[in-house]
Design a protein around this ligand. Structure first.
Ligand code: NOJ
Length: 740
């Protein structure tokens, strides 16, 4: 009986969404049959909200607007919804968009920081909290997650990315989509529609200069830049945004091949596509369209459903349909895609915000999650027997990021309020009150060049047992249009660190930044380094939790840390050259010593910075140590469509409990195209008590083992594979198997 009920309920739950879907499509048909061509085009138009002007009211009444972005007052959301629902001929609710990137009010670590947690749970929870807060004010659509693979730390938007790896970005991006969109029901009052962006290739901007052209050839596109998008579309992402860049000479907002052939035909995407801000109109500056009329023609024919702010559709699209330049069917399809998401969001049933409900903004439970996320996102890069600190230690707290309430929130925080930030200094005042400390900021902000207070900082260090120096970047130094050509610690911060070190006390360097900075020159002046990508509202207490050992660092690098900016691009999943450098490649100093010898050979490395980065992808220390052994494969051979289980034992060999991110990498040794030296294909966070061991198991399926070949079809190729399991991308515990 029980089994029958279960079977029945499983059946019903699988049939219901299908019925609901048919129902939605019928409702869309009905609406479309009532709409004029102009009203349809109106749905494809998104305007930015400044104020409720007469002009806007007029546009809302005649059905010229499908979406508004940046309306943040719930009363105003209700007012604009009332206009379209009560005063327009065919009532269709607006979808209200906002950049809710790493939190709405409660700010979580920047996405790059969240990625360092290697934790889908942390990322999903961050998006769930953001969605609940945003929807409570009437926002129904966020422009996140950003899935742009970035191999260039000069690019300011690397902060918004989930790092350099397509597998990690895909898995965490999917978690973020689930978090924003709730458990499958977009209509629930704490879900908002996600928007995966920027489609596609934007993170590969030449030279790391924002908005720049990209040159991603088809196979690299298929194997590196597209997979995270596919993964998140499979997870149900409701919308997608095109990018600013032209790739291979075609601007993304006019690229029908990626918007139709790949996104719709291959991936079956049934949500809608929005342009980036004015990226349609900017095709004129690109030299791809001569005027706004041609812009509208190109984008409509390419399958771009909604235009963000540049206004070409609303002016020209109806006429283009009448003159036969754009088929009316293209407009119908776009409107269908948009209405489908509006129905799924439950906007037709209830377009209004319930302003009588109590506020969920900055709820205690949200702050707790943000603190946990900041803990799991911090990466311990160096520790020479100094951390964790005893709470009895007298501490000199130094540096411009120790009490930077706005800057620790990071980029893209439209709604986050710095008055809610708990900085490290704030946490000492509020929570860690028993700590004996002196505070000397020494610099007003990260770019401050005034060294007048360096002596005070040195004295503070002298008066204490340990100096904890908070350096990094103001939030303004990363994010959109904030690229840098020099990514050292900015200003005179390195000199401050040296001054503090000269006091002769142990130094703990805590960095808060929007990107992986080049810190090789700073390492000798720090006994320990804890790296935080801007950690958000609760960064302060999270950092002390880690420094005092209440929590054990577990973050791992989601990007390679280069030694020098000139090494960029450097990433772990590169192809091999025909002349790979040997393991111990010499640097300039060694070459001078070896003058006259040719033993270095003609291999691929830099004379002045060698072959390797400063820290590899996946790297991060703990207060304990982990040992890897006993790699076991379920089989030595598998068929091309087969799966394989890979197991290894991880042991906590240290004295404290800790969490390790166990990582699995593969290499397809010989391929019909060159394959990367390693590729991440699995990761798991494992918590182990001191002395405890655990067997960690991964399953490799054709999805992980396959790649797109010259015919642009994904398949597994027969041949030899290597597999590694370990704590970073240099993992040495190795096995091999054959695909037959
Ligand atoms: C431009 C940015 O590139 C995009 O990511 C953002 O969502 C839009 N502006 C809207 O603010």
């Amino acid at each position: 009986m029980k089994i029958r009920i279960i079977v029945l309920s499983v059946l019903i739950s699988s049939i219901l969404p299908a019925y609901a879907q048919i129902d939605v499509e019928k409702k869309i048909d009905e609406l479309l049959s009532k709409m004029t061509l102009e009203e349809k085009v109106g749905q494809m138009n998104q305007l930015n909200f400044d104020a409720l002007t007469d002009d806007l009211v007029g546009n809302l009444k005649v059905g010229n607007v499908g979406s508004l972005l940046n309306v943040t007052d719930p009363e105003m959301v209700n007012q604009v919804q009332r206009i379209v629902m009560n005063e327009s001929r065919v009532p269709i609710p607006l979808i209200i968009g906002r950049d809710v990137i790493h939190g709405f009010k409660t700010i979580f670590p920047i996405p790059l920081g969240q990625a360092a947690s290697f934790s889908p749970e942390v990322v999903e929870e961050g998006a769930r909290v953001a969605a609940a807060e945003a929807r409570s004010t009437g926002v129904t659509w966020t422009f996140a997650p950003m899935l742009d693979i970035s191999r260039d730390a000069r690019w300011g938007r690397i902060a918004e990315s989930l790092g350099e790896d397509p597998y990690l970005t895909g898995k965490l991006g999917a978690a973020m989509v689930r978090g924003f969109q709730g458990s499958g029901d977009l209509a629930s009052r704490d879900a908002i529609a996600a928007c995966v962006k920027h489609f596609v290739g934007y993170g590969a901007s030449e030279g790391g200069r924002d908005y720049n052209s990209t040159n991603i050839p088809p196979l690299l596109m298929r194997n590196v830049y597209l997979p995270p998008f596919h993964e998140t579309i499979k997870a149900g992402a409701a919308t997608l945004m095109t990018s600013f860049n032209d790739n291979d000479e075609i601007p993304a907002s006019g690229n029908g091949y990626i918007l139709k052939n790949i996104l719709r035909d291959e991936w079956d995407f049934d949500g809608f596509v929005v342009s980036d801000w004015a990226s349609m109109g900017e095709m004129i500056a690109h030299g791809f369209a001569k005027d706004a009329r041609q812009v509208a023609e190109i984008s409509a024919n390419a399958g771009l459903d909604m235009e963000m702010v540049s206004g070409a559709y609303i002016v020209h699209l109806a006429e283009l349909v009448c003159s036969g330049k754009v088929p009316e069917e293209a407009v119908d399809t776009a409107v269908r895609n948009i209405l489908r998401i509006k129905f799924r969001l439950g906007l037709f049933e209830n377009p209004y915000v319930d302003t009588s409900k109590g506020s969920v903004l900055y709820a205690d439970e949200h702050l707790k999650s943000a603190r946990q996320a900041a803990v799991e996102s911090a990466i311990l890069l160096k520790n020479e027997n100094i951390l964790p600190l005893s709470e009895k230690t007298k501490i000199a707290v130094i540096g411009p990021m120790a009490d930077a309430a706005h800057d620790q929130l990071g980029t893209w925080i439209f709604d986050g309020d710095k008055n809610y930030t708990v900085t490290p200094v704030g946490a000492l005042k509020d929570e860690y009150k028993h700590i004996n400390y002196v505070y000397e900021p020494a610099l007003g902000y990260s770019r401050d060049k005034n060294k007048a207070n360096f002596e005070k900082a040195k004295n503070a260090a002298q008066s204490a047992d340990v100096a904890v120096v908070f350096l990094g970047e103001e939030s303004i130094l990363s994010g959109e249009a904030h690229s840098l050509s020099n990514i050292n610690l900015i200003g005179v911060q390195s000199e401050l660190l040296q001054a503090v070190k000269s006091a002769g006390k142990p130094v703990v360097l805590v960095i808060m930044a929007g990107r992986p900075l080049t810190i090789e020159r700073d390492l000798p002046y720090a006994d320990a380094v804890l790296y935080n990508f801007h950690p958000g509202t609760m960064g302060g207490p999270a950092i002390w939790d880690l420094l005092f050992g209440k929590a054990n660092p577990s973050g791992k690098l989601p990007v390679t840390f280069v030694r020098e900016v000139g090494q960029i691009p450097m990433y772990y999943n590169h192809n091999n050259t025909g002349r790979p450098a040997p393991d111990q490649v010499s640097m300039l100093d060694d070459i001078e010593q070896e003058a006259g010898q040719t033993s270095l050979g003609n291999t691929s490395f830099y004379l002045d910075s060698g072959r390797d980065p400063l820290f590899p992808f996946g790297y991060g220390l703990s207060y304990t140590q982990f040992d890897y052994s006993d790699l076991v494969l379920s089989s030595k051979t598998i068929p091309v469509n087969g799966s394989l289980k890979v197991k290894a034992t991880v042991k906590n060999t240290g004295k404290t409990e800790g969490t390790e991110v166990v990582q699995l990498y593969i290499q397809d040794v010989v391929g019909s195209i060159v394959r990367p030296v390693r590729e991440l294909k699995g990761f798991q966070r494992v918590t182990l008590k001191a002395g405890e061991s655990k067997t960690v198991e991964f399953t490799l399926t054709p999805d992980e083992l396959g790649f797109y070949g010259r015919d642009l079809i994904k398949r597994v190729e027969p041949g030899d594979f290597n597999v590694w399991i370990g704590g970073d991308s240099k993992a040495s515990l190795k096995g091999s198997f054959v695909v037959e």
